[in-house]
Design a protein around this ligand. Structure first.
Ligand code: MN
Length: 234
């Protein structure tokens, strides 16, 4: 029996539709600029013929389950929502082919990549890491995971987000610049992917700021809904 100096960090996990067993989360990979219109609104258009996808990470400890109220975060005055399809991996894979995607996918979820946009843009423009803008407490919001079942490898479906019921983001998964098989094939050139890894696949256009009292709702067809309420500042 190992004795620790202080209690180890707990395992972070998410509920799964249709079972009491929970999905233990390993790593959270996030894809940057994966919808053309969002890349343009951020002032960084993407040319797939000459560019590759890029990634940043959030710690598993940043996870928040859908339905939560989170404090307006410290250190920002421009706190943004980003609605995203989350792919939950259920197998290990390294240097995958695109045809391996189906066996890698355990299921899907609706997620929010909450962002301190002011800090992210300062970091971006100074060539610094994005961690302060992206990898902060309670910044990875995620719905119940829906097992892949007969959804297969999702290629299309509506993705939408509202703030206080007002539509802000409306797009389709078919507009992903790099689709799920392409992302798995690329990311697995750099990492030994594992069951428990989550991939936030990027947000469509229409990102924007929220303030205390706002209620975010977002949906992905055939997957489900994610909800978040913004509380008072810490
Ligand atoms: Mn994002």
């Amino acid at each position: 029996m190992t004795h620790y100096l202080f209690p180890p960090t707990p395992v972070f996990s998410l509920p799964v539709q249709g079972t009491d067993a929970r999905f233990a989360v390993n790593r959270i990979f996030c894809v940057g600029r994966n919808y053309h219109a969002h890349a343009v609104e951020m002032g960084r258009p993407v040319d797939k013929s000459t560019m590759k996808p890029f990634y940043f990470n959030k710690s598993a400890s940043t996870l928040v389950e859908s339905g939560a109220t989170v404090p307006y975060p410290c250190g920002t005055s421009n706190y943004h929502f980003e609605m995203e399809l989350v792919v939950a991996l259920g197998a290990s894979g390294f240097r995958l082919q695109e045809a391996d995607a189906a066996r890698m996918i355990y299921g899907y979820a609706a997620g929010l990549d909450m962002t301190r946009r002011d800090l992210q843009l300062v970091a971006r423009d100074q060539g610094r890491p994005w961690d302060l803008g992206k990898d902060f407490e309670k910044s990875a919001v995620c719905s119940t995971i829906v097992p892949r079942g007969n959804l297969g490898v999702l290629q299309a479906g509506a993705i939408a987000l509202q703030v206080n019921g007002v539509p802000k983001q409306t797009a389709d998964l078919s507009q992903l610049i790099w689709n799920i098989p392409e992302l798995l094939a690329d990311l697995s050139q750099y990492y030994h992917l594992q069951a428990g890894d989550l991939i936030y696949t990027g947000t469509p256009e229409g990102v924007g700021a929220v303030v205390t009292g706002d209620r975010i709702t977002g949906q992905i067809a055939q997957v489900g809904e994610v909800q978040l309420t913004i509380g008072t500042p810490e």
